[in-house]
Design a binder for this molecule. Structure first.
Ligand SMILES: Cc1ncc(COP(=O)(O)O)c(C=O)c1O
Length: 434
């Protein structure tokens, strides 16, 4: 199912039992996918099968169930490596999610490599999970945090400032791939290449991209990449940290406990190599097994197809909303690609090609209506949106707002749902006398 012409998107919806329900007496339209995605039957079945047949602790028992649980857990690691084209499964660390992945790098890599006067470079559009761990690290080490600025409501990185920001003091540049508040797709391959030339370590927050487009760590050329299982049709509580082998091997443990040791004496401990060194204690075992099923499911559809579908919906929604009065839209203006889009690389020369620079979401504000009121009224109409600062408070302040309303799409959403959503937005405007 890799050619999008042959994908019956409406049929795929049937794989998601949760979508077939009414909310407040109206058919559910789930447009909160940037917060978390829904789970297809195959993922739910994989979790049930694990608990009904194979549940045991990993790497501990020598009995059949433990062997099966361990095999399932490690097979998911190999699958995750393939999902992002890592060189080996040893480069994959299981975490609780994007947030824990970044905290792990900040604590472990950061403690070893940062000192007073060093600079941590971020962008102004980071999620709190790619901001607060670095602030904490800065407080501990005396390093400073600097930011690549974002242009106004269009929410694009101002790369004219990048050369002056990439100073000798910068030790790590950590950046979001797709902004969860704006939908901006950042040129991460170019940013990593520019950092790499200066010996700066890079981290890519792929929370909003990994399940929506092909993501290839070797093509991006980053040093670390993180994402969450629950945003890509997998269970909550499981995520992936990918790191270059040589970096992971040189990093000290993040937490201590069982599973991550070779030998323990009363006064000293020898640790396992990466990735087990970073997985202390009994891990989430069903999580990787469910995530494995989710990765298989997404790649059977083809992430390049999912990306095209996301973009169709986002462009459609953006254009329809932009036609309304008294509305403020955030994030890049929709630009359509005139050639097949390579999600990981950017054009390096020749004729400039307009790239699709917006992921599958639209953030907006209605004049004089609080985003929470929009979301509450939309919910009454069966439409699940998100309203608030989306864990990007500094960005909101940069835009001069406290919150926005956000509709975020996935492949199981349809144009008919966007039509209904836009109708609901119009009804809300009418309700407020606009
Ligand atoms: C861009 C981005 N980064 C990080 C996160 C944090 O992900 P999690 O809460 O799964 O750790 C999110 C979640 O919304 C996100 O959108």
């Amino acid at each position: 199912m890799t050619d999008d012409k042959h994908i019956d998107w409406t049929k795929l919806r049937k794989d998601f039992p949760i979508l077939d329900q009414q909310v407040h007496g109206k058919p559910l339209i789930y447009f909160d996918n940037a917060a978390t995605s829904q789970k297809p039957r195959v993922v739910i079945d994989a979790l049930v099968h694990y608990y009904e047949h194979d549940n045991a602790n990993v790497h501990r028992g020598i009995h059949e169930l433990s062997n099966r649980a361990t095999a399932g857990y490690e097979a998911a690691r190999t699958r995750a490596a393939k999902f992002i084209n890592a060189k080996s499964a040893e480069e994959i660390v299981f975490t609780r999610g994007t947030t824990e992945g970044i905290n792990l790098v900040a604590s472990s890599w950061g403690a070893k490599n940062l000192k007073a006067g060093d600079v941590i470079l971020l962008t102004e559009m980071e999620h709190h999970s790619n901001l607060v761990p670095w602030q904490l690290l800065a407080q501990r080490t005396g390093a400073k945090v600097a930011y690549v600025p974002v242009t106004g409501d269009e929410g694009i990185l101002d790369l004219s400032k990048l050369d002056s920001l990439l100073t000798k003091q910068v030790k790590i540049f950590s950046m979001v791939h797709i902004s969860n508040s704006l939908g901006t797709v950042n040129p991460v391959a170019e940013l990593c290449a520019r950092a790499r030339k200066l010996g700066i370590t890079t981290l890519v927050d792929a929370a909003q991209s990994a399940g929506h487009m092909p993501v290839d760590v070797q093509q991006i050329g980053c040093d670390f990449l993180v994402f969450s299982g629950h945003k890509i049709c997998g269970p909550t509580g499981i995520g992936i940290l990918w790191g270059r082998q040589e970096l992971l091997d040189a990093m000290p443990p993040y937490q201590g406990g069982g599973e991550m040791i070779l030998s323990v004496e009363y006064q000293k401990t020898e640790f396992k190599k990466a990735p087990h060194r970073f997985e202390a204690g009994t891990p989430d075992i069903s999580g990787p097994i469910g995530l494995h099923a989710a990765m298989d499911y997404l790649d059977a559809i083809g992430r390049e197809n999912i990306w095209k579908h996301d973009q169709e919906l986002a462009s459609y929604a953006y254009e329809k909303l932009a036609a309304l009065k008294n509305i403020r839209l955030f994030g890049p203006k929709v630009a359509r690609a005139s050639r097949p889009f390579d999600a990981n690389s950017q054009p390096t020369g020749g004729t400039p090609v307009p790239l699709p620079n917006r992921g599958g979401l639209v953030s907006f504000l209605l004049a004089d209506v609080h985003a929470h009121d929009v979301v509450t009224l939309a919910d009454q109409a069966g439409v699940a949106l998100r309203g608030g600062h989306h864990c990007t408070q500094p960005l909101m302040h940069r835009l001069g707002v406290e919150s926005t309303a956000r509709a975020s799409f996935y492949f199981y959403n349809t144009k008919a749902e966007v039509d209904r959503f836009v109708e609901v937005v119009k009804e809300i405007q009418k309700f407020f006398g606009q």
